[in-house]
Design a protein around this ligand. Structure first.
Ligand SMILES: Cc1cc2nc3c(=O)[nH]c(=O)nc-3n(C[C@H](O)[C@H](O)[C@H](O)COP(=O)(O)O)c2cc1C
Length: 195
């Protein structure tokens, strides 16, 4: 069913900033995260958890983002016209994105274990991006200030003392695919040490 090969997916995948309005079918979302879950995971911990916001479920999530930006001083709370318009356009922009997947995991007390779980969750995210690309679905991996705001974490029903938000993936069918920015030749970064 999927014909794209893994090397093409790795090289051709682009971060998508503009999405069509169409939703991605639930069965495809489940496929994407099923493949993602074959990421390497030390002690078979499979730490990743996903909250998938879509349809009306986006409203509460987006309100929590706006409130967080106000708490962090990035958006005014004042009730003036300019602020109202800014909040409205921000909400509309986020609502137009068909799905938002918030990826989180349980924090570890030991810093090495914490690093291992975060690394594994990042591998999960990249697997999800590559699988999505193979299905013609676009993603944007985002890390934004509200993810570090404890008030936001609580507002979405998580506990900041035990839950770590790793990323939010914006998901949908690409409206526009950005051009390939290319990469630095690996020879500039790869050092062979044979002796
Ligand atoms: C951990 C991480 C966080 C990122 N956060 C953002 C973000 O908040 N906003 C954004 O536009 N892109 C974000 N990106 C996407 C990068 O900007 C993108 O991967 C880079 O420009 C290369 O483009 P490409 O993915 O199309 O090859 C993030 C990527 C990673 C790995």
């Amino acid at each position: 069913m999927i014909s794209i090969d893994i090397l093409s997916a790795i090289k051709d995948r682009r971060s998508i900033h503009n999405f069509k309005n169409d939703e991605v079918e639930r069965v495809i979302i489940q496929e994407i995260f099923t493949y993602a879950s074959y990421a390497p995971t030390h002690y078979m911990k499979e730490s990743w958890q996903i909250k998938l916001y879509e349809k009306n479920g986006k409203k509460h999530f987006i309100d929590a983002i706006i409130e967080s930006y106000q708490r962090l001083g990035m958006l005014k709370t004042r009730d003036d016209d300019k602020t109202e318009k800014m909040i409205h356009s921000m909400k509309q922009f986020l609502l137009r994105i068909p799905h938002h997947a918030l990826i989180y995991f349980k924090k570890e007390d030991d810093p090495v274990r914490y690093e291992e779980e975060y690394a594994s969750v990042c591998a999960f995210i990249q697997n999800a991006q590559l699988t999505a690309w193979s299905y013609g679905v676009g993603m944007l991996w985002t890390i934004t200030p509200y993810m570090h705001d404890e008030g936001f974490t609580r507002a979405i029903g998580l506990d900041p003392s035990i839950d770590k938000i790793a990323a939010v993936l914006q998901i949908g069918y690409p409206e526009k695919i950005p051009h390939d920015k290319g990469r630095t030749p690996i020879g500039e970064k790869l050092e062979f040490l044979s002796e």
